[in-house]
Design a protein around this ligand. Structure first.
Ligand code: ARG
Length: 462
């Protein structure tokens, strides 16, 4: 086994099983580019401050760029025996350029190095997630524009409640995802604070220019407390919470899609390319993608739980427990990206069965509120109108008919205010058109909603 970095202090090599147990390279290797970026900026600042020579700085930067190129073109593979990506790159650099490589870690610790690496890595990931969320919002909005007049039942308690349109239903998800997008932006803003210079925990005696390093790495500012700089994993927890909420939204949407493509609903049909068959039942077409998204939501919640539990009892500052942050947050990030990018084309290709939606809306006394409102408009107090309509519904159930088909004299028996115009007032289309309040399901209102959301979305730069 190769000599460990701390061989001077130790009289024995670390047990090989302990080495494996301790090592994080199998999962932190993915941060190689960000580790190198951090080191290039650190070396640049050290040399500008006269802490290392310009020559050493140049060979460090050339060496690091060479390592980066070799990793990317497959000429350098990660040593599984290395303790982590930071040690691996430093050792490789020293092997390549000699003594100058040993100067890179001046005024730095892996504690601030790992903190800056994860932030650099996650800042890039957040941008990717934001772009995907933006794309799914656009997909939903495009679809909504085609379904402004597609009437469907709106539900509460999964019971048919009042008529809405498919556009309105879809746009509810666009609003939820819009909140996700702004949450991610907020998260990025708070994450954008550079911890380098905190060193192990107590800063350093070298005259660092932390503002310069932050600027080189494109951070908004640097951390103001060295203990906090290396102890903080709030940014992982916050991002994982945001991703959990986003996954919860995708999961609710998935659940509805699963219901809608059942034979009981038949509101939509998924494209063959985005559904799967059964190995035994020839008639089956299963919504596996949406079920997997629903399932993976639990997995992301698990990641959040891992992070919260990992941090709750840790004294300041760095503790090795914190190495467990990466698998959890990387898994959450990978999972949400995978889910959104599969969801988008599935949504864009699904077939909407307008007729079935409308038929479902025509049943279930979905216009009962409108019937009561009709009486209110003719001067009755709402509670009285509500009671009369309830009795009417009971009459319809007894006669096995609907409010639309019930004869006028039956209406009049209960209240003589009813007239022929009641049929128009309770027609499905009137019920939807009349709900023209801002934020309501009437096509005009939904058009406004779409325009407002598009406007906000255009104002968001990723
Ligand atoms: N691999 C470690 C991690 O991911 C890097 C920091 C190690 N620092 C230390 N003092 N052991 O957290």
């Amino acid at each position: 086994m190769s000599k460990m970095m701390w061989a001077g202090r130790f009289s024995k090599e670390v047990d090989s099983k302990v080495n494996d147990f301790n090592s994080s390279i199998s999962f932190d290797a993915r941060m190689y580019k960000h580790d190198i970026m951090g080191s290039v900026a650190h070396a640049t600042m050290l040399s500008e401050q006269g802490i290392i020579s310009a020559d050493d700085c140049k060979s460090i930067i050339d060496g690091l760029n060479g390592i980066l190129a070799d990793i990317e073109n497959g000429n350098l593979s990660f040593d599984p025996n290395a303790e982590d990506i930071h040690m691996f790159i430093e050792a490789e650099l020293t092997e390549r350029i000699g003594d100058a490589g040993k100067r890179l870690h001046t005024a730095r610790s892996r504690n601030d190095q790992v903190a800056v690496d994860i932030k650099l890595y996650l800042k890039d990931e957040i941008k990717e997630i934001e772009a995907l969320v933006k794309e799914i919002i656009v997909t939903i909005t495009d679809m909504a524009e085609k379904h402004l007049d597609t009437v469907m039942p709106g539900y509460t308690h999964l019971q048919r409640a009042q008529p809405i349109t498919f556009a309105h239903h879809l746009m509810a998800y666009a609003q939820m995802l819009m909140r996700d997008l702004t949450r991610l932006q907020d998260c990025l803003y708070r994450m954008d604070v550079m911890p380098l210079g905190s060193c192990a925990l107590a800063g350093t005696t070298y005259p660092l220019n932390r503002k310069r390093t932050a600027e080189l790495l494109n951070f908004r500012e640097f951390t103001m407390n060295s203990l906090d700089g290396v102890s903080d994993r709030d940014f992982c927890i916050e991002l994982c919470s945001d991703i959990s909420i986003l996954m919860m939204h995708l999961s609710r949407f998935s659940e509805e899609i699963i219901m809608w493509c059942s034979w009981e609903f038949k509101f939509i049909e998924l494209d063959d390319a985005y559904s799967t068959g059964s190995s035994i039942m020839p008639q089956k077409k299963n919504p596996d993608i949406t079920e997997l998204i629903r399932g993976k939501t639990g997995r992301v919640y698990g990641d959040l739980q891992t992070l919260l539990s990992m941090m709750k009892g840790l004294p300041l500052a760095y503790n090795k427990d914190m190495q467990e942050d990466k698998e959890a947050i990387f898994d959450a990030v990978d999972t949400v990206k995978l889910c959104i990018s599969t969801f988008i084309p599935m949504l864009a290709t699904m077939n909407v069965n307008k007729q079935n939606m409308r038929m479902a809306a025509a049943k279930g006394f979905i216009n009962a509120t409108d019937c009561a409102d009709y009486l209110v408009k003719k001067g009755l107090p709402f509670r009285t109108a509500y009671k009369i309509t309830g009795t009417l519904v009971a009459v319809c159930i007894e006669k096995n008919t609907t409010l639309e088909e019930l004869a006028l004299d039956e209406y009049k028996k209960l209240c003589d205010v009813f007239d022929n115009d009641v049929y128009d007032a309770i027609s499905l289309d009137t019920c939807v058109m009349q709900r023209n309040v801002d934020g309501g399901p009437a096509p005009e209102a939904v058009k406004k909603q779409i325009a407002d959301l598009k406007n906000k979305l255009n104002g968001i730069n990723i």
